[in-house]
Design a protein around this ligand. Structure first.
Ligand SMILES: CCCCCCCCCCCC(=O)SCCNC(=O)CCNC(=O)[C@H](O)C(C)(C)COP(=O)(O)OP(=O)(O)OC[C@H]1O[C@@H](n2cnc3c(N)ncnc32)[C@H](O)[C@@H]1OP(=O)(O)O
Length: 267
């Protein structure tokens, strides 16, 4: 099957009120699912008015889950209870590879305003843009662990390569039991987007072409492996493959063109 995907939105803009409504929808209608199994019980419906009391409690919950106990922004690229053993194994493998500096784990925050960690050079370019504190980065837009995009990225600077250890959750369902192709496109776009930002600073996706080879079961673990192939002026050419954790199944292959938005070159 050959499909072309262009233009994946990079962020979701949520007002505070819509966050409250959204978190209530989640609390009323969803139950965290075991991440190692596909779930069909993932549709969200609105049943009634939002009670302020409940919303307040939910808001407090949301805020408390976005910050660690030290008050620092929560780094979402660390293991949580929804990660399967397969996810942990791949994560540990790359943590091990990071000990000599070859690879570098990329921290990941929910809001653009959380992007000031010392290693978050990928996201610093957002600081100059007018985004409110309530603006959520697309792949981190859910409040509960394991439902959507669970992932951690590792950068290999010398190879201009980024791998993402990725476990799609039940909210990303397309065909029953499998990840929607748009969600696969989003994780590919973000993985190679990180590569492109690393070599070229501020960039946008101009073209993303994906061959979907085999469906990705929800709750399974895949490795998204992207790299920069070459740069020509402002054009950054990249490629990416999505493999099952055991390396036996090629789920998707992609090529992409990103365009550098200004002359700021980071490498
Ligand atoms: C770790 C943290 C993780 C976090 C990392 C987070 C990463 C997030 C990644 C998300 C990225 C996105 O989804 S971004 C959202 C989706 N993308 C967009 O919305 C982009 C919309 N398009 C645009 O804004 C524009 O078209 C641009 C910026 C792409 C290009 O406009 P421009 O700057 O005026 O450049 P332009 O002169 O048109 O083109 C420059 C050169 O590129 C070529 N070019 C332009 N577009 C194309 C194209 N589609 N296919 C072929 N070639 C093209 C032109 O021919 C030209 O070549 P020559 O004549 O020089 O040879």
């Amino acid at each position: 099957m050959l499909s072309q995907v262009q233009c994946v939105p990079s962020s979701l803009c949520c007002s505070f009120l819509s966050q409250l409504v959204f978190t209530r929808l989640l609390s009323e209608n969803s139950r965290p699912q075991p991440s190692n199994g596909a779930s069909r019980d993932t549709e969200v419906f609105f049943h009634g008015p939002v009670h302020l009391c409940t919303a307040g409690v939910r808001a407090a919950f949301v805020l408390s889950t976005q910050f660690s106990q030290s008050g620092q922004p929560k780094d979402y690229a660390l293991p949580n209870a929804s990660w399967s053993q397969g996810m942990l194994n791949l994560y540990n493998e790359f943590v091990e590879k990071s000990k000599d500096g070859t690879w570098k784990r990329i921290p990941s925050y929910r809001h653009s305003s959380d992007s000031r960690g010392k290693e978050s050079y990928f996201l610093q370019f957002l600081e100059g843009e007018k985004m409110s504190k309530d603006t959520r980065l697309f792949l981190r837009s859910l409040d509960e662990e394991g439902l959507g995009f669970e992932y951690v990225m590792f950068l290999n600077p010398s190879e201009k390569r980024m791998v993402t250890v990725y476990q799609p959750g039940p909210y990303l369902e397309g065909h029953p039991g499998f990840a929607h192709g748009g969600s696969t496109a989003a994780i590919i776009d973000s993985t190679i987007g990180g590569c492109a930002i690393f070599v070229a600073g501020r960039v946008m996706t101009a073209n993303l072409s994906i061959d979907f080879k085999n469906p990705i079961p929800l709750g399974s673990v895949v490795l998204v492996d992207g790299k920069v192939n070459r740069m020509e002026g402002r054009k950054v050419f990249l490629s990416c493959q999505v493999w099952s954790a055991d390396g036996q199944t090629l789920h998707a292959e992609a090529t992409a063109l990103f365009i550098q938005l200004d002359s700021l070159s980071r490498r």
